[in-house]
Design a protein around this ligand. Structure first.
Ligand code: GLY
Length: 337
């Protein structure tokens, strides 16, 4: 497998995608006590938030909201980085990673799960029906099938065609901001339905309880068996009901190295606001390896117990969606490079 890095020219070309009309979120007092709110990664999070909001606005629990929300991109065959239609690994197999965590620190996770559209619901079942936190590979598939999930082919003709094209050179390269690729090409306005990637979602319900969910098909054309940050509690997602919750997207290896989402929550515990906590986590990646950090994308998204939220990314191009009684918006995240 050839691992190459994006060129500086390509990175520069991607810079300032939001240079015009940049409007960052005003996150101070976004909701009153007892008002629900949901946030999620990337602009396609808007549709996922809408489904989660139906649960929250009717007084439902944050746990149900985040599961319901992320099932939207999981079921979308046009979304090539989550669930059905996800880009396969280099062997042509679609393998899913997902985790979920609630206000009582209960958590469940599946990794390298094949043939099941709603990996997040299998993760929830691991949390609720087993004494374990994480089940992987064939064991996760067997567990899902034993619990009534249907076996399906997740490789859509589009993803299969692209994979076969990729096989001609088999050139492995994490694809920065692939999530919003169609968005930038389409019209430069957030909300394009074709945007896609890992979805990380965090919600607070009317009781002030927090939950989170994260689900992905991972990096396209990864080695078979590769697991990213998304199913790792503490890396791709972390919830502490006393403090706040965080999730991540981008190149999972970089997030795992700093146990990113847990780091963001711990920074919030020290009194730091969500955006600053996300920025400090991103800076930790840069400090570890300043050269490598320029070549990859990682974004963090977080919410504290007041319902304040914030995000930060390594590179330009990371967006996140917010839904509350006061707003339904997509914001660009601030970034280091
Ligand atoms: N953040 C998704 C992955 O690295 O697989």
């Amino acid at each position: 497998m050839k691992l190459s890095l994006l060129t500086s020219a390509a990175i520069l070309a991607r810079k300032n995608l939001f240079a015009k009309n940049v409007k960052y979120a005003d996150t101070q007092y976004p909701v009153m006590k007892g008002e629900p709110i949901v946030i999620s990664t990337w602009d396609f999070g808007k549709e996922a938030n809408a489904a989660a909001w139906e649960v929250l606005k009717n007084g439902g629990k944050a746990l149900d909201a985040v599961e319901t929300g992320v099932k939207v991109p999981e079921a979308d065959p046009d979304n090539q980085s989550v669930g059905l239609g996800g880009r396969p690994d280099r062997d042509g197999r679609v393998t899913l990673d997902a985790c979920i965590m609630d206000e009582n620190s209960r958590c469940g996770s599946v990794a390298c799960l094949e043939h099941i559209v709603h990996a997040i619901s299998v993760a929830r079942m691991v949390m609720e029906k087993t004494p374990h936190v994480m089940i992987v590979g064939d064991g996760a598939l067997q567990f899902a099938l034993a619990n009534g999930f249907k076996k399906e082919n997740l490789l859509t003709p589009k993803s299969e065609k692209e994979w076969k094209e990729w096989l001609k050179e088999s050139h492995y390269e994490p694809w920065m901001n692939v999530e919003n690729e169609h968005y930038h090409k389409a019209n430069g306005t957030p909300g394009n339905e074709k945007n896609h990637d890992t979805i990380g979602m965090v919600a607070m319900d009317k009781n002030g309880d927090l939950s989170g969910a994260c689900t992905t098909s991972g990096l396209a054309y990864k080695m078979h068996g590769r697991v990213g940050d998304s199913p790792i509690i503490g890396a791709g997602l972390y919830v502490d009901n006393e403090v706040g919750a965080a999730t991540s997207t981008g190149v999972g290896e970089e997030v795992i190295r700093i146990v990113g989402s847990h780091l963001v929550v711990e920074l919030m515990r020290q009194g730091v606001d969500p955006e600053t906590a996300c920025r400090k986590a991103v800076e930790r990646i840069v400090a570890r390896n300043p050269v490598a950090a320029k070549e990859v994308q990682v974004g963090f998204l977080a919410m504290n117990k007041k319902g304040e939220y914030g995000a930060y990314a390594l590179q330009d191009g990371f967006t996140y969606a917010v839904r509350s009684g006061k707003e339904e918006k997509i914001y660009p995240a601030k970034h280091i490079f």
